[in-house]
Design a binder for this molecule. Structure first.
Ligand code: YXS
Length: 259
């Protein structure tokens, strides 16, 4: 049973996350389907991709599939993690990817939306950065995705509180492009996509790649990188990381000890 649906309308490809039973958690299986849809769109030289949930979804995506996170002693978000692969594929896709958001967005799904080029959301949508909720040491490329989406102070607030931010506030802060009523979400988003489709695809593809390279141009010394990786290991080797994952699976609040 597929976990996504795809459709093509003229130069626009649409991927619908459709695994309601798990609130569109970003499992390896679901991510593989999204990536193969993007590859199909690339082959068809489509000019916009839209990533959405089914109409009326209460949850756009619940983020990384917690059942696929290692219990401990292994980097939960290493290079080969499916979520990392998805983020890179969205960023490398040679045309704009629009996140069309209705419902709540959590953790790795928040990064996925922020990795998209444009975000259109309904007023009921919310965005939550959740590593601290589970005790997860987010990876450095992911932290940069958040830093490019929000100011440092807002990024810290979202990371430290793990509280959802409303679509209106996100728009006011420039984290998303538009907030539109749910009954207009589809027509507005497709209108935006059609405007893009009418422009020069090569020029757009080059500007997207230029902006990706410039947005990622944050020099870091090897020593700095090694320090960050060492700190992350302390977290994913910790009691609190194990407790966060276990508490989620046991459907109870975690009890963190700071060790
Ligand atoms: O009990 P069953 O078997 O029906 O399964 C439940 C949930 O366990 C499952 N589910 C998930 N499974 C794996 N990974 C997930 N992220 C996940 N989220 C949900 O889906 C079934 C229905 O969930 P339920 O009953 O809670 O639905 P709800 O409608 O009452 O609430 C929807 C949510 C999204 C508010 C709630 O499911 C929730 O809070 N989910 C976790 C959101 C979250 O913290 N995501 C972060 C995942 S970790 C991640 O993305 C990064 C590693 S990090 O943390 O670093 O950002």
């Amino acid at each position: 049973m597929p976990l996504t649906r795809t459709e093509i309308r003229d130069h626009i490809g649409v991927i619908t996350l459709d695994h309601a039973a798990k609130r569109n958690a970003l499992s390896r299986e679901l991510i593989d389907e999204v990536i193969s849809a993007l590859e199909q769109f690339r082959t068809r030289r489509l000019r916009v991709a839209i990533l959405r949930a089914p109409p009326g979804a209460r949850v756009w995506s619940a983020g990384h599939d917690v059942d696929e996170l290692p219990e401990s002693r292994r980097d939960p978000l290493g290079w080969d993690d499916p979520l990392r692969h998805l983020i890179r594929e969205i960023e490398a896709f040679p045309a704009p990817v629009i996140a069309m958001i209705e419902g709540t967005v959590w953790g790795g799904a928040c990064e996925t939306a922020f990795a998209c080029d444009l975000i259109v959301a309904t007023p009921e949508a919310t965005f939550a950065v959740t590593p601290a909720r589970l005790g997860v040491p987010y990876n450095i490329a992911g932290v940069l995705t958040f830093l490019n989406a929000a100011t440092l102070r807002i990024g810290k607030e979202m990371a430290f509180t793990a509280r959802p931010v409303s679509a209106e506030r996100a728009e006011r802060l420039g984290m998303i492009n538009y907030v539109v009523p749910s009954e207009e979400l589809e027509s507005f988003t497709f209108g935006l996509a059609q405007t893009i489709c009418g422009n020069a695809p090569l020029s757009i593809a080059v500007m997207k790649e230029q902006l990706r390279i410039l947005a990622g141009a944050h020099p870091m010394s090897p020593q700095g990188f090694e320090r960050v990786q060492g700190l992350r290991r302390v977290v994913y080797d910790s009691h609190d990381y194990r407790e966060g994952i276990r508490a989620f699976k046991e459907k109870r609040p975690p009890v963190f000890r700071g060790e």
